[in-house]
Design a protein around this ligand. Structure first.
Ligand SMILES: *Cc1c(COP(=O)(O)O)cnc(C)c1O
Length: 847
């Protein structure tokens, strides 16, 4: 026998209804005043339900709710918070189009953001790590600054796992089924009040999909769910887990995300102007959009491809080729042949867009790059790495010219600032940072924060971290049946007076969590220094299939036990957004030791820095863009070593030296006030520099200026006159291709050999091009001047005259700059920039 389940909501006193409704908006989880209000309702219960406001209402004592609804003091505070919420939701964006700013974003300029994972709050386990937290922060900040954005993703029945560490120090995974009735999420209803659902096909089976919505401030996040009775048991399981290892399952998830998003958006009558693909997982969207454009709008394949390009932005996050999403060609064929053939092209021809060097895999990021007008990495360094990594996609370009730009990541201030630091911001910066942290002037005001208040705020936050760590330890020990003595000791771990170093992130091997264990004896001496003691707190999950990562966790835990430093070398279980918040806000130093250049950006260090925590980091990802000698330390001694073992030794020693000779020296040089003035000066400098350039509003401004705005601005041109611009492009391409084989550079006569090659001089070149039946106005001839390892300049040559034998003469010069070994080449490319950018393979070189 089975029951048909339904859910009964508790009766909420009428006066508390506004607060109850507000609890369904994720805003209520990041606003500190709202948090204080919920804590006041029932501090114990609030903690137990992981600070989930919806669950708080459902789980706390009903009589207490009634009492609160009659408590005038509480109601007064509630009104104030509710008023803040209303103001937030009514904020008029600086980016909103109006009479004087027509180039900005209109209400209809919707940007759809697609991601496999979203990290919004610990009660919504729809994320595994940094990528998800970044997506969550992206939507939160879009709401703050008023971008017309919508997010789309998947609703996982279990989400990512919770981590338990067993007696041997080994990670075990637990999957908890989510109860959506107790979370800040709602079912989307149609006009008849029924759940909004749609049907799609994956391979040969029908799939029913239900649409949910999480309100992230003003931004809706739509989530697709296949866990429905009308689906087969197999189909229901598609949205069970995040990042399943099974390749078929993973492909099904990604088809659901890509294709399903577009169907869901149409059903919701949302017509995005731009699609932002966050990582390759969602790239199958392109196939569904192509299908719609070709079948419904009757576009040719070429025109549809260009239209998709003009409306897509792609962000890559993975600096190792193998780490990028890819599937075997045969698997793709098994699943997508029908969908691809519907585009009017052969499968093999289409799959070329995602194949590199004829490999047997279809690479989703490669596919996304080809179909996006703008692609980017997530830090300056990662931009370079990405260009070089995907250079095989553009064999005709110099790696430095591969069209992958960068926008450095950022983090959402209101989520990551501690309560104490937030109140300092409120008082000394003023409320502008809530909506406009991209404005540099705001950050000048950090200097006005009194040193004592900054230190006091940090001390309180550090104490909160320590209490939290002790509670978590005690809880874990009690669960595992530890002795009273052990539990008693756990209540005393960590000392608020000691310099505290934090390290928390996914336990992927390249992040080298155990680098600090390189010289264990030396580390013990540092930890137990009688005058300048140091303590460490670690956290992080290893992917369930990653044995190496799990062993790293074990190594950390065993070190503490073996060397008798368990009171000051601590691993806390189940890294989550909540654990991350306590750590990045409460420690003194944030340690980051990836193998350069494998950390694309890294964001936890940003979270730490804006709370006044000083970074101690390898100059990888975002850190080289921020480090200025005063806001932290750079572990750069390993730069010269290719041998990874050597690098380890050198970097570990540099870390020990820095801790002994600099970090602890500054930290423990107390003045009469009971703290180190030099340390607080550096804390404030870190808040100002990290806050200014690595907050999420700055990141969104960059996306807006570099990608969103140009795409939205050009749409009018692209769409006008029934896509005349794209059709023209496609016919220009066709005629150019028809004559392309006849075009080549016949000769280059330059005075490179004769001229005095000294910086500042000019070098002239006469270039003879065989045009054949190609028209002069179809092509550009240009000089390519390699000034240095990282810089290439191009100089367009002037057409001089054309001779009888289809040869044309071009002329131009370069001004020599810099010095050392440099290079020159001549190439022919399409004159039309739009064609050149869309088909960068269409070039011919002389040398
Ligand atoms: C910020 C964050 C990350 C990413 O941290 P990195 O420094 O990029 O490794 C991962 N997990 C959680 C829970 C986070 O909050």
């Amino acid at each position: 026998m089975e029951f048909r389940n339904f859910y009964v909501r508790p009766k909420i006193p009428k006066k508390l209804m506004p607060l109850y409704n507000m609890s369904f908006n994720v805003w209520a989880t990041w606003d500190k005043d709202a948090g204080r209000l919920y804590r006041r309702m029932d501090a114990h219960c609030y903690q137990r339900v992981q600070k989930n406001p919806v669950a708080l209402f459902h789980e706390m004592d009903t009589q207490k709710l009634i009492d609160l609804s009659e408590d005038n003091g509480f109601l007064y505070e509630m009104e104030k918070v509710y008023e803040k919420f209303t103001q937030y939701m009514g904020f008029r964006s600086t980016y909103e189009k109006n009479e004087s700013k027509a180039s900005l974003l209109g209400r209809k300029d919707v940007i759809a953001y697609l991601s496999m994972e979203y990290g919004l709050h610990e009660s919504l386990p729809l994320y595994s790590g940094g990528l998800g937290v970044l997506s969550g922060d992206h939507l939160k900040a879009a709401s703050d600054i008023g971008f017309p954005m919508v997010g789309v993703g998947l609703l996982y029945k279990y989400g990512y796992f919770s981590q338990k560490i067993n007696h041997q120090g080994y990670q075990e995974e637990k999957y908890k089924e989510n109860n959506w009735f107790l979370k800040p999420i709602r079912e989307v209803k149609d006009d008849k009040g029924k759940s909004l659902k749609f049907k799609m096909k994956i391979k040969d089976f029908d799939l029913h999909v239900k649409i949910w919505c999480i309100d992230v401030g003003k931004v809706p996040l739509y989530l697709l769910d296949t866990n429905l009775p009308e689906n087969s048991v197999y189909a229901r399981g598609i949205t069970d887990h995040l990042y399943v290892s099974d390749r078929k399952r993973r492909l099904e998830q990604e088809i659901l995300l890509g294709v399903g998003s577009q169907i869901a958006l149409s059903l919701l009558t949302i017509e995005p102007r731009i699609y932002h693909l966050n990582e390759g997982h969602s790239a199958f969207l392109i196939i569904e959009r192509m299908r719609e454009l070709i079948q419904k709008k009757k576009m040719s394949f070429e025109v549809a491809k260009q239209y998709v390009r003009y409306t897509t932005v792609f962000t890559t996050h993975t600096p190792v080729v193998e780490g990028n999403e890819h599937f075997e060609i045969n698997l793709i064929k098994e699943y997508l042949t029908r969908d691809i053939e519907a585009l009017g092209v052969s499968v093999d021809e289409f799959l070329k867009y995602g194949r590199i060097d004829g490999s047997n895999y279809f690479w989703l990021p490669a596919f996304a790059v080809v179909f996006s007008r703008f692609s980017n990495g997530v830090s300056k360094l990662h931009g370079e790495v990405s260009r070089s990594m995907w250079k095989a996609l553009y064999p005709m370009l110099d790696p430095r010219e591969v069209p992958i730009d960068y926008v450095t990541n950022g983090v959402h201030l209101l989520t990551w600032l501690s309560t104490e630091i937030t109140y300092l911001f409120d008082r000394y910066v003023g409320p502008d940072y809530i909506h406009k942290a991209q404005q540099g002037r705001i950050w000048k005001k950090i200097a006005s924060m009194p040193d004592t208040e900054v230190w006091e705020a940090h001390k309180r936050t550090k104490n909160q971290l320590i209490s939290y760590v002790r509670e978590k330890r005690v809880e874990a020990l009690q669960e595992s049946g530890a002795s009273i003595k052990q539990i008693g000791e756990a209540r005393k771990v960590l000392n608020p007076e000691y310099l505290t170093i934090g390290f928390a992130r996914r336990f992927a091997s390249y992040k080298r969590a155990n680098l600090i264990l390189q010289d264990k004896e030396r580390l013990v001496r540092i930890l137990k220094d009688p005058h300048k003691p140091v303590q460490f707190v670690f956290a992080g999950k290893a992917h369930p299939a990653d044995g190496t990562g799990k062993n790293l966790i074990k190594e950390i835990i065993e070190f503490g036990r073996k060397y008798g430093v368990e009171d000051r070398f601590i691993f806390i279980e189940d890294y989550s957004i909540e654990v991350a918040q306590y750590l990045v806000q409460g420690v003194d130093v944030w340690l980051n030791t990836p193998i350069k250049p494998l950390e694309a950006s890294g964001t936890s260090g940003m979270k730490a820095g804006m709370n006044g925590v000083l970074n101690l980091s390898v100059p990888d990802g975002w850190w080289p863009e921020c480090y200025d000698g005063m806001n932290g330390w750079s572990i750069n001694a390993g730069e010269g070593y290719d041998n990874l073992d050597m690098r380890r030794v050198v970097e570990a020693n540099q870390i020990y030296d820095l801790i002994e000779d600099e970090i602890t020296e500054i930290y423990y040089s107390y003045s009469g006030n009971g703290y180190s003035e030099e340390w607080v000066k550096r804390m404030k400098h870190a808040i100002a520099t990290v806050g200014k350039d690595f907050n999420m509003h700055r990141m969104l401004r960059d996306y807006y200026r570099q990608f969103y705005r140009p795409e939205i601005t050009d749409l009018a041109k692209v769409e006008s006159d029934n896509y005349a611009f794209l059709k023209d492009l496609s016919s220009k391409l066709k005629s150019l291709k028809a004559v392309w084989s006849e075009v080549y550079v016949k000769d280059v006569i330059s005075d490179l050999g004769s001229a005095d090659l000294t910086a500042g001089n000019e070098v002239n070149s006469d270039v003879y091009v065989h045009l054949g039946s190609c028209q002069e106005q179809q092509v550009t001839v240009e000089l390519l001047y390699r000034v240095s390892e990282n810089t290439i300049k191009t100089e367009e040559l002037k057409f001089v005259e054309q001779y009888q034998d289809k040869i044309a003469k071009y002329q131009g010069f370069i001004s020599l700059s810099g010095h050392g070994v440099q290079g020159l080449n001549v190439r022919i490319r399409p004159k039309c920039d739009a064609i050149y950018h869309a088909y960068p393979g269409l070039v011919k070189y002389f040398y």
